[in-house]
Write a protein that binds this ligand. Structure first.
Ligand code: ADP
Length: 312
């Protein structure tokens, strides 16, 4: 549905995007993760046709963004970074205005307006001026304008930034409810924002894609080794575990607990269960140690050494 191929964008001496490629299938939600200044907004502006790349190509539903930007815009709902709204308008006036600008009229405009009011939860502020709204309601109004023409694709730039925890949950739920029907990219600089919304991430730093894949896989790969915590009630367990094929090391932690290390792509859990069974050992625990998202991000960054690394 979205294909970004070898996109580079510079602003004077700043390389905002360096040969960036990633893609997204229809119906997928992608968390676009990276610290401030990483290049997220620049990539989103290029996908939504508001900025031209220096080189590379972007296709949205098969259409080149440079060849037919108007068609591409009609397929996309875009919530830009600073959510620029017409602050002097009432929310109701604003929705009518953006609906008409999107080519809606008559019954269709009425139905779509009612739908976004309901799904974005903005009924109570319809007759308020936009500059009176709280940050959360401004963000909801921004989402409503992005959704009014029922686009297939949503590009949301930091949709939860500046919101309080309750408002964040509200926006997450809204994204979830839309996810069944839409293809969505949302950006964030907050690691913890991604997992509750989606499993698929692209991580960008200094204009380079440093990881692309499912969060679980990235966590395992970042660790480079697979670490299991195993508790077995037997004095022979340490030696037995060390003899298992592929085991790199066994560290005794005390109280019959061991840390077993193996290559990251080797899952030893079945072998440990079988070994315990054969020896009639009492197996009390097997726990996989995973990096936290923070550790993963740091490790992926270090591993990439600033270069593009394809983790898929
Ligand atoms: P993010 O959205 O991840 O915070 P941006 O895409 O906004 O990052 O910015 C990436 C880099 O490009 C930053 O170094 C930023 O300062 C620079 N940049 C973005 N837009 C402009 C611009 N219009 N003029 C000059 N530099 C820019």
């Amino acid at each position: 549905m979205i294909e970004v191929r070898n996109v580079t964008k510079t602003f004077g001496p700043t390389v905002a995007l360096n040969d960036v490629s990633f893609s997204l299938r229809q119906g997928e939600i992608l968390g676009f993760l990276g610290p401030n200044g990483a290049g997220k907004s620049t990539a989103m502006k290029i996908i939504t046709t508001f900025l031209a790349a220096d080189s590379g190509s972007v296709r949205v539903d098969g259409i080149d963004v440079m060849a037919d930007p108007l068609k591409v815009r009609s397929l996309i709902g875009y919530l830009p970074e600073n959510n620029p709204l017409y602050v002097d308008m009432l929310v109701s006036e604003y929705l009518k205005f953006v609906g008409q600008a999107r080519g809606l009229s008559g019954n269709q405009l009425k139905q779509r307006t009612e739908w976004v009011i309901e799904s974005c939860g903005i009924k109570s502020v319809l007759h308020k001026s936009i500059n009176e709204l709280s940050k959360g309601y401004k963000q909801r109004t921004g989402l409503a304008q992005a959704l009014i023409h029922d686009p297939e694709i949503l590009i949301l730039d930091e949709p939860t930034s500046g919101l309080d925890p309750l408002q964040i949950i509200g926006i997450r739920e809204l994204i979830h409810s839309l996810a069944k029907k839409k293809t969505i990219i949302f950006s964030t600089h907050i690691l913890q924002e991604v997992a509750p919304v989606t499993d698929r991430v692209v991580i960008i730093n200094n204009g380079n894609i440093i990881a692309d894949g499912m969060i679980d896989d990235l966590q395992k790969q970042a660790m480079e080794t697979n670490r299991l915590f195993v508790t077995i009630n037997s004095p022979d367990a340490g030696n037995g575990l060390s003899d298992l094929e592929g085991v790199e090391s066994v560290i005794e932690l005390g109280n019959n607990r061991f840390e077993v290390r193996a290559p990251f792509d080797l899952d030893l859990r079945n072998d440990i269960v079988a070994l315990s069974h054969q020896n009639s050992w009492q197996l009390l625990e097997i726990q996989e140690a995973l990096f936290s998202l923070e550790d993963t991000f740091i490790a992926l960054n270090q591993n990439s050494g600033g270069k593009v690394v394809d983790y898929v």
